[in-house]
Design a protein around this ligand. Structure first.
Ligand code: KET
Length: 454
């Protein structure tokens, strides 16, 4: 304590520095008296000017998703359940590090690679495999070098780069986002200064897709708009278009000369298959369309904190792709200079090694399978416990990490305040944070909130 008083004092007051060596045996009370007596004038001066320059800055609200985890931590109730953030948990509700990631980590440690800066665009080996995973290694766009791929700070950072590109090179162009969508999309486009509006997506009556509304709104958007689409496992609704509906969406986007802009944060997590989950993106590319796609490895490899993902822009010529890539680098450089290396090496090593790659696929299937199991158990519990005759089958129709319960804000508040179930206020629950053992408790909480809170 005494030394911290001394060192902080010595930082602020040059005069004390000299005295420091003479104070070896003095206790804290004496030091305080010493500081006050020697420097009283100076201290009161500091206090007088102690009105913060930041006085006008108001308190920001908690983040609607990540803020839920903070509230969860602060609750001491033994039955508490965190179904807020989309992060995979084991059946014991513990965070999960994939075995294949542990293996890749060990190999990287053995190799003892250096920590030099990456190039602005990221690790070349990562950029190659990430585009191949998304589009397919034998996709002609890869051979024709028509894809500009830049490693980003996971899905969020990659979306942000694309947003900056749109703001700079398509001034005034609008991004259309689904209603509802992942909460951070609006923040990303707002901060990048990109105007956005919503297209209809979710129909509360059917707890399904409002396909007609979606098509009408995309048709009505100004020509050349950017249409943000969730590649698979739509967040927060868990409702994806069917393959036939995807084709119609692509028809309309093509007719209107819009640009499809995919956010694909759950590849492999929706169905358990990387290829199946990329089929929407690949279908658009196969039509010869120019496509933007932001990828994330937070969920499918559990690399949440490594911040690893990529932005891909499929262009109609290799020359355009090279120019787009150069401009993405130009945007990244003053934002964060260059991306982190560790997650990129993990992905590149896993995808580049056939044994590790198949192990990854098996673990992804296991994770997707666990989520499907709790989805079924939750549905069974809801159906058997709720005697009102309400149809809960929508839970089974949804896909991916989430279930959109249809609970309103007051009902969600009841889930948290009465039942200690933490979830986002839009009615979304992360099934990845649920165990089979907790399904019955959750069903009780949902039934109570649905029927007893209006
Ligand atoms: N897109 C979507 C659709 C998405 O759900 C997330 C994360 C991201 C992008 C970005 O993830 P990143 O870790 O930046 O690669 N969603 C979960 C976490 C979050 O909100 O940040 C969630 O919805 O809970």
């Amino acid at each position: 304590m005494a030394s911290s008083v001394l060192s902080s004092a010595s930082l602020s007051f040059h005069g004390i520095h000299k005295g420091k060596s003479n104070l070896g045996g003095i206790n804290k009370g004496k030091i305080d008296t010493f500081i006050k007596s020697k420097c009283f004038g100076r201290i009161s001066m500091v206090a007088a000017s102690n009105v913060s320059r930041f006085e006008g800055i108001t308190m920001a609200p908690p983040d609607p998703i990540l803020g839920v985890s903070e509230a969860f931590k602060a609750d001491n109730h033994e039955l508490k359940l965190n179904l807020g953030v989309g992060a995979y948990r084991t059946e014991e509700l513990q965070p999960y590090v994939l075995n294949v990631v542990k293996k890749a980590d060990k190999l990287l440690l053995e190799k003892g690679e250096n920590r030099e800066y990456l190039p602005i665009e990221g690790l070349a080996a990562f950029n190659k495999v990430t585009a191949e995973l998304l589009f397919g290694a034998d996709n002609p766009v890869m051979k024709q070098q028509r894809v500009a791929t830049v490693q980003g700070l996971s899905g969020t950072g990659s979306l942000r780069l694309a947003a900056a590109l749109i703001e700079r090179y398509f001034p005034g162009a609008k991004v259309l986002i689904s209603a509802p969508t992942w909460g951070n999309h609006k923040n990303i486009f707002n901060d990048a200064g990109v105007p956005w509006s919503e297209y209809r997506y979710y129909d509360p009556k059917t707890v399904g897709l409002d396909f007609e509304g979606m098509i009408a709104d995309i048709k009505a958007a100004p020509e050349g708009s950017f249409i943000l689409l969730h590649g698979c496992a739509h967040n927060p609704t868990g409702i994806d278009p069917t393959p036939e509906q995807w084709e119609i969406i692509a028809d309309v986007i093509q007719e209107k000369n819009h640009v499809p802009f995919f956010d694909i944060a759950y590849q492999g997590f929706a169905s358990g298959s990387l290829d199946a989950d990329a089929s929407s993106v690949r279908m658009f590319v196969a039509r010869g369309m120019e496509v933007i796609a932001a990828q994330s490895y937070s969920k499918n490899l559990g690399l949440y904190a490594e911040r690893i993902g990529a932005i891909n822009v499929v262009c109609s010529s290799p020359e355009a792709a090279a120019r787009v890539k150069s401009q993405l680098k130009r945007i990244a450089r003053p934002m964060y200079s260059n991306p982190p290396v560790h997650g990129a090496r993990i992905v590149a090593n896993i995808v580049g090694d056939s044994t590790l790659f198949s192990e990854w696929n098996a673990e992804m299937e296991m994770m997707a399978g666990r989520i499907k199991n709790v989805r079924h158990k939750l549905f069974d519990n809801l159906s058997s416990k709720d005697k009102s005759g309400k149809d809960w089958s929508f839970v089974l129709k949804q896909i991916g990490m989430f279930s959109f319960t249809g609970l309103n804000k007051a009902q969600c508040d009841n889930m948290t305040n009465k039942w200690h179930v933490y979830m986002t206020k839009d009615g979304r629950i992360s099934l990845a944070g649920l165990s089979l053992a907790k399904c019955e408790y959750l069903a009780d909480a949902i039934i109570d909130s649905y029927h007893n809170v209006s």
